[in-house]
Design a protein around this ligand. Structure first.
Ligand SMILES: [Zn+2]
Length: 243
């Protein structure tokens, strides 16, 4: 995957900053996957989309993600470092998004959620509501011993099984980072929201690039397009030459 150039970072930030996260993800991936049909991009399973985002993040900002989290047991702040190669090791995009499950006499036709499902749920404010909306969109048909069954009639433990199956068949749809607290020895898995994480970095870098544009335009009178086309090294050289 090609890294986002400085000009692309600024364009991605500008195009996506008011959009929900599910759309931000597609805006960021579009320049990195030139020639990809936007419908195809939108129809990627969430895990496949996340695999692309992780690869793009690695190629644009480097192989290691760093962030601060609070221990949920004792609130101690700790810095985590996650190598993207570890998350992508052995990853294979699912061959098909639709599949059939047979559990306890039930036959369920399911599909892995994609970006249009996330978009449909993006107006909901509570995680439980989002999960419920995605689940309803993921289960296309339920039959019990051949008879059609409404989704609401599914027993609770069966629902949980189906949800786990859907997530399990789409690796990276949920990214869990194993963490341990040095202060209290608590260990847990923290769910990483890769779009929000990556977007924070995109925004920070886009603003830094535009700060450079302002300084170089003031100092040398160059046009924005010409400055954005420069490599970071060249921009840095001209900035230092002004000092
Ligand atoms: Zn702790």
């Amino acid at each position: 995957m090609a890294a986002l150039t400085p000009a692309e970072l600024v364009a991605v930030w500008e195009a996506g900053h008011k959009l929900p996260d599910c759309e931000k993800a597609l805006v960021a991936l579009a320049p990195a996957l030139p020639g990809t049909d936007p419908h195809h991009l939108r129809a990627l399973s969430i895990g496949a989309r996340n695999a692309h985002l992780l690869a793009l993040r690695r190629d644009t900002f480097g192989p290691v993600m760093r962030a601060f989290v609070k221990c949920p047991a004792c609130s101690e702040p700790l810095e985590f470092e996650q190598d993207i190669a570890e998350l992508l090791a052995g990853y294979r995009a699912p061959a098909a998004r639709e599949f059939t499950l047979h559990i306890d006499g039930h036959e369920l036709s399911c599909r892995m959620p994609d970006s249009s499902d996330l978009a449909a749920a993006s107006q909901l404010f509570f995680q439980e509501e989002v999960a419920e909306a995605l689940f309803e969109r993921s289960v296309l048909d339920v039959r019990l011993h051949g008879e059609a069954l409404p989704l609401t009639a599914l027993p609770h433990d069966l629902r949980l099984q189906v949800q786990a199956e859907i997530a399990g068949r789409d690796p990276l749809s949920q990214i869990a980072i194993p963490l341990g607290c040095a202060a209290c020895r608590h260990v847990w898995h923290a769910g990483l929201e890769i779009v929000a994480f990556f977007w924070t970095e995109i925004e920070r870098m886009a603003r830094a690039v535009l700060d450079d544009v302002v300084q170089l335009a003031r100092g040398y009178g160059w046009r924005e397009d010409d400055i954005l086309a420069m490599s970071p090294q060249r921009r840095q050289f001209y900035l230092e030459a002004m000092a």
